[in-house]
Design a protein around this ligand. Structure first.
Ligand SMILES: Nc1nc2c(ncn2[C@@H]2O[C@H](COP(=O)(O)OP(=O)(O)OP(=O)(O)O)[C@@H](O)[C@H]2O)c(=O)[nH]1
Ligand SMILES: [Mg+2]
Length: 391
């Protein structure tokens, strides 16, 4: 599927940059156009792949190029002020080629958090293509302010987009390293999952290798629907090209030909096992499976590994797990790939503990803020009074 990607704020810009790198190195053609929007000049300058003319600095009269300092109201103000500026960068897109828009933002800060919902509303008024969000939730460790910002933005963003795809930093925290290194690893996880999902819908990249059951952009669009939250599961397994014919046929022939193993039960079992791992393992947003409204299952890998039977079995299993009848499935052949991957899209999930948790942290942060404000006012009063007495 071909997307117009908009990276909003620092996290959004960095993730967009990684998407562009992925797209360029694999020739997938999922990005029809890309722009980075930020109120911080330095963040925009730090990007590698976003073309210079597509970097939009907003809110100069408000924050003078220094960012919104974790204050979503400021991010919102900067965005409203410069919507025209953003719009003219978007106008340069060849929109007839684009299947959908994707606005990417970290929801815990100021610029992306406050600005993304405003931009999504604006785009909804102008375009018939679906407007999606990729919202990054802060980790719990980031604390009350970030979680409060994210809780608010999550609500606004989800209401303004056709679907909010969510990635929870908290679920993918890596131990020990510097923040920068940690984010680099997390961003790689984001690209693995969402890059695979969007490239599956990009049929052009397939060339002659037309999939048995092609998942095109409209399958993805129908799965995502027109409202809701989406979580994505992923699992992959490397195939050793010299040692892949472990099935009976392969062993009898002693062969190492790729053509052998899809005829064995191996390919089927590999797929059902990968789909179980993808669904029951770590999701981009932990959600109760039976609260899923629609699901999409994609299996990619070398053509011979894509067992139709395996995909059918896995789809039935997923139907049972999610208790929903709208489960689409398809394969995506990648001739030179040395791994098989399963991507499970759970759209319209409603039972999401992390969101409740974030809302609780937001309320606590608000209450604590109130308490501190009134306390410091009292203290200041005391200080001034005391000063008066001294005179
Ligand atoms: N996955 C991921 N998350 C990030 C990254 N950088 C920041 N974040 C997350 O995004 C949140 C928002 O941070 P930024 O993107 O820097 O905020 P911003 O939109 O630039 O807003 P201001 O800096 O306040 O103007 C943070 O709280 C983190 O949770 C990144 O590289 N990867
Ligand atoms: Mg920033």
């Amino acid at each position: 599927m071909k997307l117009a990607m908009i990276g909003f704020g620092q996290a959004g810009g960095k993730i967009l940059d990684r998407f562009l790198e992925y797209d360029a190195s694999r020739g997938t053609g999922i990005i029809g156009h890309s722009i980075a929007v930020n109120s911080a000049k330095a963040d925009l300058m730090g990007l590698d792949y976003v073309p210079n003319e597509n970097r939009v600095l907003i809110g100069q009269s408000v924050v003078k190029g220094h960012g919104a300092g974790t204050e979503p109201d400021l991010g919102e103000k900067c965005t409203r002020e410069d919507l025209e500026e953003i719009q003219s960068a978007i106008d340069r897109m060849v929109s007839s080629e684009i299947d959908a828009f994707l606005i990417i933002a970290g929801l815990g800060g100021g610029t992306g958090s406050g600005g993304s919902p405003v931009l999504a509303d604006h785009l909804q008024r102008l375009y018939v293509e679906p407007i999606y969000g990729l919202g990054i939730l802060p980790s719990r460790d980031e604390g009350g302010i970030y979680n409060r910002n994210a809780a608010r933005s999550f609500q606004n963003f989800a209401e303004s987009v056709d679907n909010l795809l969510v990635f929870d930093n908290d679920a993918f925290k890596t131990g020990g390293e510097s923040i920068g290194e940690g984010y680099a690893e997390i961003n790689a996880e984001i690209i693995t999952r969402f890059g695979a999902l969007f490239s599956a819908g990009e049929i052009e990249a397939l060339g002659d290798n037309v999939a048995e059951s092609v998942v095109d952009a409209s399958e993805i669009i129908n799965t995502l629907g027109e409202h809701g939250i989406t979580s994505v599961g992923y699992a992959s397994e490397s195939i050793d090209p010299n040692n892949e014919s472990k099935g009976l046929l392969g062993r009898l022939r002693g062969g190492n030909s790729r053509n052998d193993f899809s005829t064995s039960g191996d390919a089927t079992n590999r797929i059902t096992s990968l789909v179980r791992k993808a669904t029951l393992g770590k999701l981009t947003l932990q959600a109760e499976l039976d609260s899923t409204e629609r699901a999409l299952l994609l299996v990619s890998g070398p053509p011979d590994a894509l067992s139709r039977k395996g995909i059918d079995k896995a789809r039935k299993w997923l139907e049972n797990q999610t208790e929903c009848m709208e489960v689409r499935a398809g394969d995506y052949p990648l001739p030179n790939e040395e791994k098989v991957a399963a991507i499970v899209v759970l759209a319209g999930v409603t039972d999401v503990p992390r969101v409740k948790d974030m809302q609780r942290m937001a309320i606590e942060a608000e209450e604590r803020g109130e308490e501190l404000r009134s306390k410091s006012e009292d203290n200041l009063e005391d200080l001034i009074q005391y000063g008066d007495d001294e005179e």
